[in-house]
Design a protein around this ligand. Structure first.
Ligand code: SF4
Ligand code: SF4
Length: 192
């Protein structure tokens, strides 16, 4: 069996490239420009809070429905999607129209969570979101297990349909995302 050898020729450098001096001068010029145009970027945390990008994935939020209750229907899709098994849900029966179950217990273990957002992607009814909070420090491990009472935010409302039955019910009541502005916004966002 013959062995194929590929010979790679070194690049032909000019005299100036071989002595490196112009490249060193270019590097020093860049450093000097940074020194002359210096703007401090240090944020004086916690007195000053950093402005985060809108897609930041911080601590989770459980949004509320129109009646101010937790939207989650305890389908456990987020629990299944979580790669670190950080979510644990215990469901209980619900007697509300179109909703079979509600979470009796909904915990997220932030010692395990890697803030990947898979749980939010898996949720079929916009009942879980990533918020903008990142202050997670705790004096003990128990403090890092957040219950639904901690991350339910009644001020964050969602109008997405929970399921088909509920979608029809909410549309009948005229409470579904039918505003032309919102529909147009969604169309524009999906065409980007
Ligand atoms: S963000 Fe990722 S790791 Fe954290 S609970 Fe959701 S799926 Fe699990
Ligand atoms: S947050 Fe969403 S995916 Fe998770 S159990 Fe509730 S409804 Fe299902």
């Amino acid at each position: 069996m013959t062995i194929k050898v590929k010979v790679i020729q070194p690049p032909n450098l000019s005299f100036l490239e071989r002595i490196y001096i112009p490249e060193i001068i270019k590097g020093l010029k860049t450093t000097l420009m940074h020194i002359l145009n210096f703007h401090p970027i240090t944020v004086q945390y916690p007195e000053e809070v950093k402005q985060l990008p809108p897609r930041y994935r911080g601590l989770h939020i459980l949004p509320a429905d129109d009646e101010g209750k937790i939207r989650c229907v305890a389908c456990k899709l987020c629990e299944v999607a979580c790669p670190t098994q950080a979510i644990s849900i215990v469901a209980e029966a619900s007697d509300e129209y179109g909703i079979e179950r509600r979470p009796k217990v909904y915990n997220i273990d932030f010692m395990r969570c890697v803030f990947c957002g898979f749980c939010v992607e898996a949720c079929p009814c916009d009942a879980l979101r990533m918020g903008m909070q990142y202050e997670l420090a705790s004096y003990n491990r128990a403090g890092l297990i957040h219950t639904k009472e901690v991350f339910f935010d009644p001020n964050v409302k969602s109008r997405a349909p929970r399921d088909n039955a509920n979608f029809l019910y909410e549309r009948e009541r005229g409470e579904i995302l039918d505003e032309p502005n919102e529909v147009e916004k969604i169309r524009n966002a999906s065409s980007i």
